[in-house]
Design a binder for this molecule. Structure first.
Ligand code: GDP
Ligand code: MG
Length: 692
């Protein structure tokens, strides 16, 4: 046990005394003789290992006159290391309030060092303040007094008790009706140097009636006038023999009393739960400091308000710690999300961080004022979600991009090679894309809310994705349709070529009927080919109409160029010459003629020439004999510029004209030259045959 005074060393405030027994036996002067509160209490409570004790701890304080063996008693009861007055020097120990942790028990023990000099106003001030302070935090208040002080109504103790009662009313008075238990405190009277001639029961009776007198004597606020001492305090009495004169007995009795503090199973256990002030251990330091501050500045001190303030402060602190830890976890994922990455199992991680943060918070903060705890919890959730929400939204955006990319790639892959079903490829890729998105988006949701909370909504993003997927698919379908129309066009050209050549070669009067029939038949065929394929593409009506218009227009153009090819000058003039010669140089039986002088060369020449010339108007315009065979390009096909380079407005009527009148005259002239040559040759052949 330490002995001797520590004097008024300023160090005592900042540096708890170690006493060579490790941190558990350290003591701390929580309020020094300058009435300052130590800033070290939080760390001291942590060093005592009590920070996480929650409500699983007790606080006891002692009151009494100077040198009545208070510190000695505490050290015996709780194994503490408070200074005891040195017998030889009779030196007073440091004024203030000291605290120790009980040895092997979760008890914070406060040794309140007062003075006897109650006549000095300043001391009364300290007594009043330390009484307030002790009552606000302690479950049990030990009132320590000599046996011979009992019954001395004017004695220092009675003044002290009056102070205790008065300040207690201020602390709990008005609130008692609402919360009957929270303000209750046990006053344990320990009568020292009990000789035994007066039984404890008598001493107890004397003290009780004195207490009642004190209670009745001081003036209370009108609304509290009918309050009884027993509304606020439980009283207990015990006596201890003389420490020196009855040392053995003293030891036994103190050990008994110690048992009543330590052993919950003891029928006389003193720390009843209803005395507990319900300040979580990690908030004790802040609470006490705040109380002391209020006391010092003589402000009203109602404990429920203090507890709420404490709760606010501590819940904020606990929340900040939980949030900081949470942020540490969340931070590394911010970058990749911002860089456009889809973070695997982000939802699981986010839920994990959030749960951990809330568990942290709940573990420490739920012990505080419930209203405050819940309010701050809501605030914390808002902060957590404000951090998570951008990650969630970023993830959705990235997911959207990734899924769309995968969709495009799948389509490109699917449309490679020849053998594929376009509609199949697209619908599979689409289903896959939307599924993948929905699955990952669901995983990223942090809170599944049934209350219509839109914070974790991903359906909207899915709708956007669906729209884009659709427009990509539409574009692909258009490209694909174009490709198909091109293929059909090529096929059409192939099919039309032979019948057109045949008909134009023959040059029969119904030549155009044959050409147009071949055209119409082939066009019908390719149109139906188109429609069969287009159905599997899910083309729209409008798209089909456009494609068909283009197809018709291009078919017509193909026909026209085939006709142009077959009626090019040299080809056409050649055909006329053949036609002419067939009639002029061969007879009706197809036998080559050998002209004799008596032959009517002129007549034959003229006939053949006239017959051949008739062909020119036949070829010059596409007009079938049977007018029902005439083809008219539909207006939408005329205006269609689908897939072809923009030309000048297409004039269908003029596309029916194969060659103009001028052109016809020109061709006729060319033909006549050929015919004339044949004529001259024929004439010459008769001359030469006569000459022979
Ligand atoms: P405090 O000022 O009330 O804390 O008293 P201390 O514990 O410092 O003790 C004051 C003096 O009283 C010391 O010299 C102690 O040895 C002595 N003392 C302690 N307990 C008792 C007791 O039970 N009876 C008597 N007569 N003296 C005691
Ligand atoms: Mg002392």
């Amino acid at each position: 046990m330490a002995s001797g005074s520590t004097g008024t060393s300023g160090n005592a405030l900042a540096h708890p005394m170690a006493n060579g027994h490790g941190p558990l036996s350290e003591r701390i002067q929580i309020i020094n003789d300058e009435k300052q509160f130590t800033p070290e209490l939080t760390s001291q409570i942590e060093r005592w290992g009590l920070r996480d004790a929650g409500f699983n701890y007790n606080i006891v304080a002692v009151f009494g006159s100077q040198s009545t063996g208070k510190s000695t008693l505490l050290n015996r009861l709780f194994g503490t290391t408070f200074d005891v007055m040195d017998e030889t020097k009779r030196q007073q120990t440091t004024k203030g309030i000291w605290m120790c942790r009980g040895k092997d028990m979760n008890i914070m023990v406060m040794d309140v060092e007062g003075t006897d000099g109650r006549e000095r106003g300043e001391d009364q001030d300290f007594e009043r303040k330390s009484a307030l302070f002790s009552l606000a935090s302690s479950e049990v208040l030990i009132i320590n007094l000599w046996e011979h002080q009992v019954g001395l109504y004017q004695g220092a103790n009675m003044g002290l008790l009056k102070t205790v009662f008065e300040v207690n009313l201020g602390l709990f008075g008005g609130k008692k009706a609402q919360d009957g238990t929270s303000g209750r405190t046990l006053l344990l009277f320990v009568i020292r140097d009990h000789i035994g001639t007066t039984p404890l029961a008598n001493l107890q009776a004397t003290l009780s009636s004195d207490l009642q007198k004190i209670w009745d004597s001081f003036s209370k606020p009108a609304e509290l006038n009918d309050r009884q001492l027993s509304d606020y305090f439980d009283l207990a009495f015990t006596a201890l023999p003389h420490k020196i004169l009855a040392a053995d007995q003293f030891e036994i009795e103190t050990r008994n009393l110690r048992g009543r503090f330590m052993d919950k199973a003891n029928p006389e256990y003193l720390f009843k739960p209803l005395y507990h002030k319900r300040i979580p251990a990690d908030g004790v330091a802040f609470y006490m400091e705040n109380i002391w501050e209020q006391v010092q500045s003589n402000k009203d001190l109602d404990l429920p308000t203090q507890q709420e303030l404490l709760a606010q402060f501590r819940c904020d602190e606990i929340s900040a710690v939980a949030f900081a830890e949470f942020n540490e976890q969340a931070k590394p994922q911010k970058r990749p999300i911002e860089a456009g990455k889809v973070v695997e199992r982000l939802g699981g991680m986010m839920r994990g961080w959030r749960t951990t943060a809330l568990e942290r918070y709940d573990r420490d903060a739920s012990r505080y004022h419930q209203g405050v705890y819940k309010r701050k919890r809501t605030d914390l959730i808002v902060s957590l979600d404000a951090t998570l929400s951008p990650l969630f939204l970023g993830q959705l955006k990235n997911l959207h991009k990734a899924c769309l990319g995968a969709f495009k790639k799948a389509i490109l892959e699917g449309l490679k090679g020849e053998e594929y079903n376009f509609a199949d490829v697209v619908s599979k890729a689409k289903a896959r894309c939307e599924n993948d998105f929905a699955e990952d988006a669901k995983e990223s949701v942090v809170v599944n809310s049934e209350d219509g909370n839109t914070e974790w909504n991903w359906q909207e993003e899915l709708e956007l994705l669906k729209e884009e997927v659709k427009s990509v698919a539409d574009q692909c379908r258009k490209d694909e349709t174009k490709k198909m129309v091109n293929a059909i066009e090529r096929n059409f050209k192939k099919q039309i070529s032979e019948p057109v050549e045949l008909a134009l070669n023959r040059g029969s009067p119904n030549m155009w009927d044959q050409v147009l029939k071949a055209f119409q038949d082939t066009l019908d065929k390719v149109e139906s080919t188109y429609l069969t394929k287009a159905t599997s593409f899910n083309c729209t009506e409008e798209e089909n109409a456009q494609s068909l218009a283009a197809l018709r227009r291009r078919a017509w153009q193909a026909l026209r160029s085939k006709i142009d090819e077959q009626t090019a000058d040299s080809v056409f003039v050649g055909r006329l010459r053949v036609h002419f010669e067939e009639r002029f140089r061969y007879d009706e039986q197809g036998v080559p003629r050998v002209w004799k002088p008596e032959d009517d060369i002129d007549g034959a020449y003229k006939k053949a020439k006239d017959q051949t010339s008739e062909l020119i108007p036949l070829y010059s315009k596409i007009v079938p004999l049977d007018s029902s065979m005439a083809y008219t390009l539909p207006p939408d096909a005329i205006s269609s510029d689908y897939g072809s380079s923009l030309e000048d407005a297409f004039d269908f009527e003029s596309s029916l004209v194969v060659f103009s009148e001028t052109k016809a005259l020109d061709l006729a002239a060319k033909f006549r030259k050929d015919a004339d040559l044949a004529y001259v040759e024929a004439k010459r052949s008769t001359v030469s045959s006569v000459a022979q």
